[in-house]
Design a protein around this ligand. Structure first.
Ligand code: NAD
Ligand code: ZN
Length: 342
């Protein structure tokens, strides 16, 4: 079958012929229909420090997908050929304290699809049945293809109550923009999203934010004055990994404010801890998605009108992956979908 492979320990990805995956008794075999390109895939493409120490070569990459089950292992009773599914990209150990307690997203020994085990940028993918999510009828394929990053957005956005709250989102990447749509859907009052990339701020405007702010030209004080906010933001969602963005967020939270942190900083970030202590802030780290509460919420919110359509800006056949990665790396896109079926 065709697959996008990290074939060599250098920048790039290679379209290769590789053997179709086999399935064990607890696995399902999925024919991949569409995939999304994730920031993680770009790190792997670029072969940065993180990728070099994490990815064994060769490796079929990719983890955002929707597909159709074509075969199930002999132990699998709940899934059937023909089911439209996506997959949780974190394969947990099942045996650690948190896994045993049912808190699987807190597993101490997570393996990543397309990172530590063969991924979804391929015609077929084998996945344990415990990692499969069946879609509700009527879901759009492009939207279903990005359930994994939508799950990051939902997990972060719903970490703290947002109904009636003023929410600051730093970073209008695909995940930040989806989080903006989610908190809007969940009843936030003001949703302010920031970035330094005008293309991305323009996309953010399309999901109904209160303000999409270029922090290079507008101050937080201006925005808060304009919106009549007297005490700072109630909830912060850090989705840039950028030190300046995080520091600005800390400085603009209300007393007792809650911050959920998804963005991955490249290096250590020094902050003024007095702001955390005296403003009595709560900071929660977020990794992945809750299994499967986040997935449940995603399906139900999509059913009830959550529209993340605007975040999907490009669609192309998998054979044009190089163009897809070039656009992703330029920062002039939202989500890019690769089609594996046509
Ligand atoms: P992305 O890189 O596409 O988006 C980050 C955005 O932050 C970019 O648009 C960038 O221009 C913007 N930014 C840079 N400096 C800024 C500043 N000073 N103020 C405001 N914005 C600024 O990433 P994404 O795919 O949307 O993911 C968001 C973040 O979440 C990334 O850091 C990613 O690595 C991380 N992530 C974490 C998990 C997890 O499980 N914790 C999962 C997926 C992604
Ligand atoms: Zn575990």
């Amino acid at each position: 079958m065709k697959a996008l492979v990290k074939q060599h320990a250098e920048p790039g990805l290679w379209l290769e012929d590789v053997p179709e995956p086999t399935i064990g008794i607890n696995d399902v075999l999925i024919r991949v229909l569409k995939t999304g390109i994730c920031g993680t895939d770009v790190h792997i493409y670029n072969w940065d420090r993180w990728a070099q120490k994490t990815i064994p070569v060769p490796m079929v990459v990719g983890h955002e997908f929707v597909g159709e089950i074509v075969e199930v292992g002999s132990n699998v009773n709940d899934f059937h050929a023909g089911d439209l599914v996506s997959g949780e990209g974190h394969v947990v150990c099942g045996r650690c304290r948190n896994c045993m307690a049912g808190r699987r997203h807190l597993c101490k020994d997570t393996k990543g699809v397309g990172v530590n085990r063969p991924g979804a940028f391929a015609e077929y993918l084998s996945l344990p049945m415990t990692n499969v999510w069946r879609h509700h009828a009527g879901v759009e394929l492009d939207v279903a293809a990005v359930f994994d990053p939508l799950g990051n957005a939902v997990h972060t956005a719903l970490s703290f109550p947002v109904l009636g709250e003023d929410v600051l989102i730093t970073g209008a990447g695909p995940i930040g923009i989806m989080a903006a749509a989610v908190v809007r859907h969940a009843g936030a009052r003001h949703v302010v999203i920031t970035d330094v990339n005008p293309h991305r701020l323009e996309i953010a405007e399309r999901v109904g934010v209160t303000r999409a702010v270029d922090v290079r030209s507008t101050t937080y004080a201006d925005i808060q004055r304009e919106l009549g906010m007297l005490e700072g933001f109630d909830v912060g969602l850090e989705m840039s990994g950028n030190p300046a963005a995080f520091r600005d967020m800390l400085a603009n939270m209300c007393h007792g404010g809650k911050i959920a942190m998804l963005g991955i900083p490249e290096d250590e970030i020094a902050i003024d801890w007095n702001e955390v202590v005296f403003n009595m802030l709560t900071i929660k780290g977020i990794y992945g998605r809750e299994m499967y509460e986040t997935w449940y919420k995603m399906s139900v919110m999509i059913d009830s009108g959550l529209d993340i359509g605007p975040v999907i800006t490009h669609r192309m056949p998998y054979s044009e992956f190089q163009a897809g990665f070039d656009i992703m790396r330029s920062g002039k896109s939202g989500k890019i979908i690769l089609d594996w079926a046509s």
